[in-house]
Design a protein around this ligand. Structure first.
Ligand code: MG
Length: 160
């Protein structure tokens, strides 16, 4: 264990298509009604990107390996469950989150009014400072056409 790195970095990305009906959950918040992501769980791209960033930092693959979308037990579950799982795995590996930086992209709704609340929810879950950057995709690609929402996350872990 003498060569355990003190710091580890991880990156995550997620995108989900949008569909009419239901509610849109991003960063643990309902940000819109009457629209939702096409997904097996609650389809929270922010949480999914964060989970992948944490799994990446500890070298444990990706969210799809741990929570297959063919497994009925994950149908409709809150993605905070996945985040708690990844955090536990990090803890067992001997790491805690030092900070996280997230970029979230949505054409509709605009996410600026939700940034502060997202930071609060995510920093409480991670027990670490979180920064959320929210933007559109400037009309480009599926996100820009309002057909999908996406998020990227970078986390830094420190040995406990
Ligand atoms: Mg996802």
């Amino acid at each position: 264990m003498g060569n355990t790195p003190k710091l580890r970095i991880g990156h995550g990305y997620d995108i989900h298509r949008l569909q009419p009906g239901g509610e849109l959950v991003m960063g643990g918040l309902v940000v819109a009604q009457g629209v939702s992501t096409v997904s097996h769980s609650d389809g929270d791209v922010v949480m999914h990107a964060l989970v992948d960033a944490i799994l990446g930092a500890i070298g444990k693959g990706d969210i799809g390996e741990h929570f297959p979308d063919t497994d009925p037990q994950w149908k409709g579950v809150a993605s905070s469950r996945f985040l708690e799982y990844a955090l536990n795995l990090a803890r067992q590996t001997g790491y805690r989150v030092m900070n996280a930086d997230i970029t979230v992209q949505s054409e509709r709704p605009k996410l600026k009014p939700f940034k502060r609340a997202m930071v609060q929810i995510l920093s409480d879950l991670l027990g670490a400072p979180v920064n959320v950057k929210a933007g559109t995709n400037e009309g480009c690609d599926a996100v820009g056409r309002g057909e999908a929402v996406a998020a990227t996350a970078v986390v830094l872990l420190i040995a406990t």
